[in-house]
Write a protein that binds this ligand. Structure first.
Ligand code: PGA
Length: 253
C-alpha cells in the first residue's frame, strides 16, 4: 500500500513574513497527520525558517529547485548539500514552469534527481504535456521519454523512493483540471513505463501524484483513482483550502 502524498507548490508567492503567518495557520490545523505525507514547498528564502517552524509537526518541507553541482561558481544557485544541511525533505524538479522559462532539460532533471538522492532528499519529478501535444496524441510518447531520461542510471532501490508528479501543462493554474479518468490513464501509463524500465515491484512502490488545478471540489474524485497516490497543488496550497484538502485525503482508508 503506497502512502499518499500531498504537497503544496507555493511557486514565487509569499514573503517570509506572509509565509510565517500562513504556516502558523497550517500548524494550528494539521499538527499531526497519521496516514499520509504532507509537504509544503516555499521559496528558497523561506526554507530554513519554515523548516524550524514545523519541526514538531508532521509537515514536511520541500524546495522548488536545486542545482546538480556540489558547490562553486554558479551564481544564484543552491546545492543539494545546502538543502540537506537545513533538513529539507523534498525537492520539486522539472516543473513545467522551470522547463518553459528557465530552459530546464530532461538531462538536467536527471542530474538533479541523482544529486538529491545522494543527499537523501526525495525528488518530486514533474512531467507533463502541452495541450497541442495532447491534441496531436503525442502525449504518451512524450511522457515516456521524460520519464526514461529523468530516471537514467538511477537504481531500483532509489527509484522506489522517488515521487513522480504528472502535471499536464494545460491544467496548471488554468482552473481546467484533467478529468479523473484522464489523470488516472496517464498515471497508470507512467506506472507501466516504470515497470518496463525496472520491474513490477518498483512500479508498485513508486508514488505518482497528479497536479493541475487541484482543489477541494475535485480532490476526492482524483484520489479515488487507483494509480493516483497524491497531488501536487499550486494555487489552492496558498489558501486555508489546503487544510480542507489534507483533511479530506486523511479520511481515505
Ligand atoms: P495549480 O499548480 O494547482 O495552481 O494548477 C500546480 C503546479 O504547478 O504544481
Amino acid at each position: 500500500m503506497r502512502r499518499k502524498i500531498i504537497a503544496g507548490n507555493w511557486k514565487m508567492n509569499y514573503t517570509l513574513t506572509e509565509a510565517i503567518n500562513f504556516v502558523n495557520i497550517l500548524k494550528d490545523n494539521i499538527l499531526k497527520v497519521d496516514n499520509i505525507d504532507v509537504g509544503i514547498c516555499p521559496t528558497t528564502i523561506c526554507l530554513s525558517d519554515i523548516k524550524k517552524m514545523v519541526k514538531d509537526t508532521d509537515i514536511k518541507v520541500g524546495a522548488q529547485n536545486v542545482y546538480y553541482e556540489d558547490k562553486g561558481a554558479y551564481t544564484g544557485e543552491i546545492s543539494a548539500g545546502m538543502l540537506k544541511d537545513i533538513d529539507i525533505d523534498y525537492c520539486i524538479i522539472g516543473h513545467s514552469e522551470r522547463r518553459q522559462y528557465f530552459a530546464e532539460t530532461d538531462e538536467g532533471v536527471n542530474l538533479k534527481a541523482k544529486k538529491l538522492i545522494e543527499h537523501n532528499i526525495t525528488p518530486i519529478i514533474c512531467v507533463g504535456e502541452t495541450l497541442s501535444e495532447r491534441e496531436q496524441n503525442s502525449h504518451f510518447d512524450l511522457i515516456k521519454a521524460q520519464i526514461i531520461k529523468a530516471l537514467k542510471d538511477i537504481n531500483e532501490i532509489d527509484a522506489k523512493n522517488i515521487v513522480i508528479a504528472y502535471e499536464p501543462i494545460w491544467a496548471i493554474g488554468t482552473g481546467v483540471t484533467a478529468t479523473s479518468s484522464q489523470a488516472e490513464e496517464m498515471c497508470k501509463y507512467i506506472r507501466d513505463v516504470i515497470s518496463e524500465i525496472y520491474n513490477e515491484n518498483v512500479a508498485e512502490n513508486i508514488r505518482i501524484q497528479y497536479g493541475g488545478s487541484v482543489n477541494i471540489s475535485n480532490i476526492d474524485e482524483l484520489m479515488s483513482m487507483p494509480n493516483i497516490d497524491g497531488t501536487l497543488i499550486g494555487g489552492a496550497s496558498l489558501k486555508p483550502e489546503f487544510i480542507d484538502i489534507i483533511k479530506s485525503v486523511e479520511k481515505i482508508k
